[in-house]
Design a protein around this ligand. Sequence first.
Ligand code: PMP
Length: 415
Amino acid sequence: MTVVAPELSPAMLARQAEFPILKQPIRGQRLVYLDNGATTQKPQVVIDAERDFYERSNANIHRGVHWLSQHATDLYDQARVTVQKFLHAARPEEIVFTRGTTEAINMVAYCWGMSNLKQGDEILLTELEHHSNIVPWQFVAQHTGALIKVVPVLDSGELDLTAFQALLSERTRLLAMNHVSNALGTVNPIQAMTRAAQAVGAKVLIDGAQAVAHAVVDVQAIGCDFYVFSAHKLYGPTGMGALYARYDILDGMVPWMGGGDMIQTVSFEGSTYAPVPQRFEAGTPNIAGTIAMAAAIDYVQEVGLEAIAQHEHDLLTYATAALLDIKGLRIIGTGPHKAAIASFMLDDIHPHDLGTILDMDGIAIRAGHHCAMPLMTRLGLPATARASFALYNNTADVDALVAGIYKAKKLFGVG
Ligand code: PMP
């Protein structure tokens, strides 16, 4: 069967030229980068923003009376407003800069979970979670005596919403779940699930690591209490991200890291803390990274998240049809709502072997458990191969992947 390639927007296709790394051959061949779920490549404007900061604006923030320090502080404060508007938070004070999704979840676990949960309380997770949204809650459970409950996943990779409803009770104090599954690409019905969890009095944390680069996110429309993401999956720098927390909740949270910048007064008898969000940003932060993260947000907004979503949807539809056309290939995660991720198994070839063979042709995919071991156990798989898309991918990338898979089948004698 011939799978017809979609007509992609020429404006979107032209964006590839803005990513310097994509011009670099890998193993002497054109780089086909399909590991965007792990991290995205960076456009020149983001690289320039980080370099420009060091070339023209570098100084420590908040503490200086001199021009450069005030200038750097202004840039840092503007970056917070950029993130606020990006997530449609009500006020900039609701945004805490973090090292990424992992740190943001741990911050909520330590600064909210440790002091608000107690024996008998329940933390509701889902079978789709990344380890970073499981392990911090195990710390909290061990420390407080709270119990972890898990929303099961259906064979399609969608959450079992009937089971979810049945798990909710007045004991549920927190629902912590991802917006989009990094392993399967399932887009979860977070708005409805948030409402249902809040109706029994629970707080809701949404892990948006795999969502923010693929769709418009509006935390007020979702209604969640916490939303977290990483900049590096959003065309921004590594080691940067943010926590959104509703102001009243953030204001009631206890700090976990002490040091400079998070205090109001310090004496040996005791200290008082700065208002939020500074209370949660002890020490000199990644100032250049924060500014580069804001540049990445400006970039995706300039490209347009609706346009990105359409482009990636067309690519994913094309890739899914082309992959399913390969004998012995099975897509893992077949729900109707998916974002930019195709996870699959090929005959009985181990995904690691497939990934290694594709790499010989400059094709970068991910093979493994995707930091979602409980999900792999549920699906009865050791690992999957995962191709994940970004705004700079095109149908030639999908065609290269498909050709690479046929080559691997030949090599393994399953052609
Ligand atoms: N949650 C999800 C859904 C993810 O995909 C990832 C990254 N793979 C994380 C959390 C962790 O993000 P980071 O490593 O940037 O903190």
